[in-house]
Design a protein around this ligand. Structure first.
Ligand SMILES: *Cc1c(COP(=O)(O)O)cnc(C)c1O
Length: 405
């Protein structure tokens, strides 16, 4: 029986895609689920078999097999095909972490003498990699404010190769106008990369707007259960092949077991996201008018600066709600210490609700003044809603807000 897809003939919905996209059945031994191939290397029948493979390999990937675990694994390929279909990409790669996806991608695309532009309000380690590691290698980097595209164009130089941004950003959930970004980049002949971790392909598909590459920390929503680290890059076959060549050298390949768990997690992606979008909207609407809350940052609220853009380009606003408590660091801590359901932890996107104060977590080693410079306020709390009942989360937040003096 020839390999076949299990997607329906009609244009499938996002839950159907989450479960079936990328699959070519039957699976080995007619297993319903795809096996985890725990192997570091692969065997050849004889030297003729080996020579034939090596000859074919000169022309690109060989269908159905590879020779070593850093170059491929069938379990990883299942995840990569599913992710490529969900993003509408030619190809995708699964890495050992989100940072591995970002660093391997940037090192693949940039050379000494090149310039790149990144937006602020971004993942701190991405910023650190661009501003220190890449700089040490002779790659200049400019930092521009997120979601202010008028500040982007003047930062472009003749040697600019790439614009990197998150959307939505962390922690203020700024949403970039991707169509406008692509116009600016295309005019200047510059490639674009969006870290779409906070959105997932369920809420936003940057490639459809003409963005060249999308990266994700699959640690967050894609895997979704706070039990592994993984990362993704997706884009055209040409660009992704270039990055894959570099991955084979740099070695940040995903482990087959983590790949299997990612594949398993992806099956419930649309289901989880629809709950998380809904709960986060309810939580944001509960918090906004509360007397102990100064400001809520959620792109599904009309008060968010990017509400209109988000409505145009996203089909859901995600599960992260950031908010400022009336008062300062102590009042924010009082709230965080008083909730019962959300667990105090960094990360986001999993089934458990997590809560954190950016000033005490990602930005702890900065002074209060330095934190203000990067825009991290002391009274800021970031809540990543899980899949618990929204009524429970809201009641819990309500009692915790009462605990603030
Ligand atoms: C967590 C995160 C990363 C880093 O991913 P890891 O899987 O932790 O390496 C990058 N970008 C964003 C937006 C993230 O939230």
């Amino acid at each position: 029986m020839p390999a076949h897809s299990t997607l329906p003939l009609r244009q499938p919905g996002w839950s159907t895609r989450s479960v079936h996209a990328g699959d070519k059945r039957p699976f080995p031994h007619h297993a319903l689920t795809f096996p985890v191939f725990h192997t570091a290397t692969y065997t050849f029948d004889d030297t003729a078999d080996l020579s034939q493979f090596m000859q074919a390999r000169l022309w690109g990937p060989v269908d159905g097999r590879t020779e070593y675990g850093r170059y491929g694994n069938p379990t990883l390929s299942r995840v990569e095909d599913k992710l490529a279909e969900l993003e509408g990409a030619g190809e995708a790669i699964l890495f050992s972490s989100g940072m591995a996806a970002i660093t391997t991608t940037l090192l693949s695309l940039l050379s000494a003498g090149d310039h790149l532009i990144i937006t602020d309000d971004s993942y701190r380690r991405t910023r650190q990699f661009c501003l220190t590691t890449l700089k040490r290698l002779g790659i200049e980097c400019s930092l521009v404010p997120a979601a202010q595209l008028d500040r982007l164009e003047p930062a472009i130089r003749p040697e600019t190769k790439l614009i990197v941004s998150e959307s939505p950003t962390n922690p203020y959930l700024r949403v970039l106008d991707l169509e406008h970004l692509v116009q600016i980049a295309t005019r200047a002949g510059v490639k674009t990369l969006i870290d779409s971790t906070f959105a997932t392909p369920i809420n936003q598909r940057p490639l459809e707007f003409g963005i060249d590459l999308v990266v994700h920390s699959a640690t967050k929503y894609l895997a979704g259960h706070n039990d592994l680290l993984a990362g993704v890059v997706a884009g055209s076959e040409y660009l992704v092949a270039l990055i894959r060549e570099n991955l084979w050298v740099m070695g940040a390949t995903c482990d087959p077991h983590a790949a299997y768990l990612t594949y398993r997690g992806l099956k419930t992606l649309a289901l989880r996201l629809s709950r998380q979008n809904e709960t986060a909207q309810r939580v944001a609407e509960f918090l906004e008018p509360h007397s102990k809350i100064r400001r809520v940052w959620y792109p599904g609220l009309a008060s968010h600066p990017d509400y209109e853009v988000a409505r145009r380009q996203m089909s859901g606003f995600g599960g992260v709600v950031s908010f400022e408590v009336e008062g300062g660091l102590a009042e924010a801590s009082r709230l965080v210490d008083s909730v019962r359901v959300p667990l105090i932890a960094s990360s986001l996107g999993g089934v458990e609700t997590l809560i954190e104060q950016p000033a005490l977590m990602s930005y702890f080693e900065l002074s209060g003044e330095e934190r203000m410079q990067v825009g991290i306020k002391d009274n800021l709390v970031r809540l990543s809603v899980g899949i618990e009942d929204s009524e429970d989360l809201i009641a819990d937040l309500a009692q915790a807000l009462e605990a603030i003096e």
